[in-house]
Design a protein around this ligand. Structure first.
Ligand code: SF4
Length: 428
């Protein structure tokens, strides 16, 4: 077991302050949480510089967490809209939010999001570096390692709680990912920029060459490294190829190195994976990355679902949870098409929360079983308030019942209500 608490004083102070509350919320003993963090199978997301942050735990057996990605794009950039989307995501039950902004004043957006919300905030620092370089008319290949690490440090000081950094994307992996044998090449935005930098400069990834510099920053601010999957499959047929696995092996080695130096890591996962391969993918990645918390985007189980990718992703997410996934990054109906609006954000969060709950029901976790039991009891009693309390989205119960809210039964069957039929039966 690592001596992470001796090396990371920020983490120790956070855990000392919040352990009892976290244990109570998660239904776990303080000792189990402390041991899992020391082993690297659970992380505490919180940067002490993020004022009013509510720390959360990621890593089974803690509750499966859900992340919502928001942020501007060059074709759709409105600071206030993103703040409203942040509110919608949190109201819908997102445990964390990632600011993936790539247009406008990125510092102002990030600082406002940190001030506005107490859920842990994640970022991809490579985006801010890329924006500076591209807006200045420079080539990505001209980026210096200093520019990248200075941005990481700036965001850590601002209070960012976790950062996606594509540390496992090696020069060799970039070559493999760019090969024509891949249906979709490299689909990660940050990964594609770093891959181009490596291929054009014929140099190794600065995040690999200077990983110790990253560790220094992350440890000081308890920034959890979300070790990015720059070579994640962008199509089902690319899942499990050599490029993806080369990166996963590197991620496992880097996670071990970071943990030994007092830094928490999550591993980012696929991507697009056919349903029959989800379990083996997840189990393989968990093994290669030492059981570190696994944070997946979907995975999408089919590719031909634009407009419905939140459903395709939730199917993969639910199965993934049963195989060891700890953290679900949502997909919205806008995925692969446009920037999500507020309705998309709500739909995406709910789809991922359903996936998380479905996975937990299959795993038989006490909290998931209790929610299911409460719903069944309320349904049998035609107790609409009870159903609302047990529902993942209580507001939806009211919204759909509004027209007939005074009725004992619902408008699906009316006086043919099967539940009422038996409830009122004079059984002798
Ligand atoms: S009316 Fe039909 S759908 Fe509605 S509660 Fe009764 S049995 Fe269920």
């Amino acid at each position: 077991m690592s001596d992470i608490f001796a090396k990371n004083s920020a983490l120790k102070a956070l855990l000392d302050a919040h352990l009892d509350k976290l244990a109570s919320e998660e239904g776990l003993s303080p000792e189990a949480i402390t041991e899992a963090i020391a082993k690297g199978t659970m992380v505490l997301l919180a940067n002490p510089s993020h004022k009013n942050v509510k720390p959360i735990l990621v890593g089974q057996p803690s509750r499966i967490k859900v992340n919502a990605n928001i942020g501007t794009s060059p074709l759709c950039s409105n600071h206030e809209n993103e703040m409203e989307k942040l509110d919608v995501a949190v109201e819908a039950g997102a445990d964390t939010v990632m600011d993936l902004s790539i247009a406008g004043d990125l510092d102002a957006i990030r600082v406002d999001m940190l001030a506005r919300s107490s859920v842990p905030l994640g970022t991809v620092p490579m985006y801010a570096v890329g924006q500076k370089i591209i807006d200045a008319g420079r080539e990505i290949s001209s980026m210096s390692a200093d520019e990248l690490f200075e941005e990481v440090e700036r965001q850590a000081v601002q209070g960012v709680d976790f950062m996606t950094l594509h540390c496992g994307l090696s020069y060799r992996g970039a070559q493999m990912g760019a090969e024509k044998t891949r249906a979709m090449g490299i689909v990660s935005r940050g990964g594609s920029m770093l891959a181009r930098w490596m291929l054009e400069n014929k140099k190794e990834n600065p995040l690999i060459d200077h990983f110790d510099r990253l560790i220094e920053i992350a440890r000081k601010w308890n920034v959890t490294l979300s070790l990015g999957d720059g070579l994640r499959p962008g199509a089902g047929v690319d899942a499990g190829d050599a490029a993806q696995m080369e990166e996963v092996i590197n991620l496992g080695q880097l996670q071990r190195r970071a943990l030994a130096e007092g830094v928490q890591c999550m591993i980012e996962g696929p991507g697009h994976v056919a349903l029959n391969l989800v379990k083996t993918q997840i189990q393989g990645i968990k093994t290669l990355t030492n059981g570190a918390p696994l944070y997946v985007l979907g995975p999408l189980t089919v590719d031909a679902t634009p407009g419905y990718d939140h459903i395709s992703g939730a199917i993969g997410g639910a199965l993934g949870v049963t195989a060891g996934v700890d953290f679900l990054c949502y997909l919205t109906p806008a995925e692969h098409l446009t920037l999500p609006d507020k309705e998309d954000v709500k739909a995406g969060v709910m789809a991922s929360r359903i996936a998380a709950h479905a996975g937990e029901v299959a795993l038989g976790t006490p909290r998931a079983k209790a929610r299911e039991a409460a719903m069944n009891k309320a349904r049998r009693a035609l107790d609409w308030e009870g159903m609302k309390q047990a529902a993942l989205d209580p507001a939806m119960v009211d919204k759909r019942r509004i027209q007939h809210h005074n009725e004992e039964v619902c408008a699906m069957c009316g006086k043919f209500c099967a539940v009422k039929m038996l409830k009122e039966a004079k059984i002798v």
